[in-house]
Design a protein around this ligand. Sequence first.
Ligand code: URA
Length: 210
Amino acid sequence: MSKHLTVVEHPLVQHKLTLMRDKGTSTASFRRLLREISLLLAYEITRDLKMTTTTIETPLREMEAPILGGKKLALVSILRAGNGLLDGVLELIPAARVGFVGLYRDPETLKPVEYYCKLPSHLEDRVTIVVDPMLATGNSSVAAIDLIKAKGATSIRFMCLLAAPEGVERMKEAHPDVPIVTAALDECLDEHAYIVPGLGDAGDRMFGTK
Ligand code: URA
């Protein structure tokens, strides 16, 4: 992907995102909408994957048909909210290897603290898509990508639902080689590092916690 930031302005994405932002939307609807949007974001983030051809026989004749031909894929979910995006992406790319990075945000310092990391082997041979719905300060995303690069990954993309300008800048400084695909670029962060106007705490809204 050539652009550092891609905002997917497709009408279906924008419509579903508006429903997700609305604080009256139920947990069940929020989760369903997130899965639906994740399919559309996955379509966008994979649009330039390398292709090759294979010879097949249709019922009518032989043909050279396009198939994926480049590196295989790995998906890495940043726990726990990343799992809401992961499910939809895995539906489209069921053969992908899957890793998880667990980071929580220290409420005082707002810095990420790692509590879990399980990544697929040989990430150098794969295109890795990192998923986390909210790119807020960018601290967790940068830390997760640090871990993923340390495991050998060289081709990484980042998928989120909402991004704040602060998070996009932080990612650009730390990982300029990692393109970001998002459904929207919001205005700013508030004093608690929530994205404004945002949608609140994605994990809480997805899992019905508080
Ligand atoms: N994480 C969330 O879930 N929401 C925000 O607004 C920022 C970070």
